[in-house]
Ligand binder design. Structure first.
Ligand code: NAP
Length: 246
């Protein structure tokens, strides 16, 4: 019996490590989006499955006894696919999703529903935006020429991109001092982010607070209902409870 961890997140790597330490046979799955991914411990497979039907067949043929969907809060399609496939294959599924960020005193956050709404909001509140929403979906900002964008992502994004921008390729983790230096050097007056949660990319929020900058925050998409845990420890306990492993 093996456990599938759908990954691409820090928590997925943490979980793979604790399962591997405990002697559980874990296979981590990555989408293959980034060129040099941080690899989890244990077995790793890379690339899409080919939709829910193919994933269901893969679960059965590979002898998967439990699935942990530890993908990013904004990776909607793979989560929907995992839900459908696990139901079809009769394999238990848990969602591992870190908590979202919450505002603190001094924050000036503007919550929006998606990247299109974020792009519409930017020109109302700033002229020099620090765009940290990742490589995908940047076309939403392409039509804005009244603002300049510092676009930070891990790998180069596909066009179309905003007419006035600078690209910064970096994968973090980021420090508050580093984020303050970027904000000051580029005279940033608005930060744009997804509500990714976690510590890895949270320094920009502290830096924005320190400089009194507005932050456009994209809300998480709705999730399918089901069992959910907020961290790797909770997912580990769930795996043990449903598989009897360890
Ligand atoms: P998505 O839109 O939900 O997925 C698109 C397709 O990519 C899925 O239908 C699936 O292909 C394949 N896929 C996605 N995650 C996979 C995985 N872990 N293993 C195997 N196949 C996977 O996902 P996305 O937003 O493009 O994100 C891709 C990956 O990057 C995710 O694993 C996620 O954890 C990570 N990530 C995403 C974000 C973000 O902001 N979206 C940020 C950081 C990391 P098939 O239908 O062919 O199976």
């Amino acid at each position: 019996m093996r456990v599938l961890v759908l990954g691409g997140t820090t928590e997925a790597r943490e979980l793979a490590a604790v399962l591997d330490d405990a002697g559980v046979r874990v296979v981590s799955s990555l989408a293959g989006r980034v060129s040099r991914p941080a690899l989890p411990r244990g077995e790793v497979r890379v690339g899409g499955f080919g939709g829910p039907g193919a994933l269901a067949r893969w679960l059965v043929s590979e002898g998967i006894g439990a699935v942990v969907d530890a993908t990013h809060p904004f990776a909607e399609r793979i989560s929907a696919s995992a839900g459908e496939a696990c139901t079809a294959a009769g394999v238990p599924l848990v969602r591992l999703e870190r908590l979202g960020w919450s505002e603190e005193a001094g924050d000036r956050w503007h919550w929006v529903d998606d990247l299109t709404a974020a792009a519409e909001r930017v020109p109302d509140i700033g002229e020099r935006a620090f765009l940290t929403t990742g490589r995908q979906g940047l076309a939403a900002f392409a039509g804005i020429d009244v603002a300049w964008f510092l676009i930070r992502c891990v790998d180069p994004p596909e066009p179309p991109l905003p007419a006035r921008h600078e690209l910064l390729l970096d994968r973090g983790p980021y420090t508050v001092d580093g984020e303050l230096e970027l904000i000051d050097r580029h005279q940033i007056d608005v930060v744009v982010t997804k509500d990714s949660g976690g510590a890895h990319t949270a320094a920009k929020l502290t830096a924005a607070r320190e400089r009194g900058l507005p932050v456009v925050v994209v809300r998480r998409p709705p999730r399918p209902t089901g069992v959910s845990v907020p961290d790797a420890a909770g997912a580990y306990d769930w795996v043990v409870s449903v598989t009897g492993a360890v």
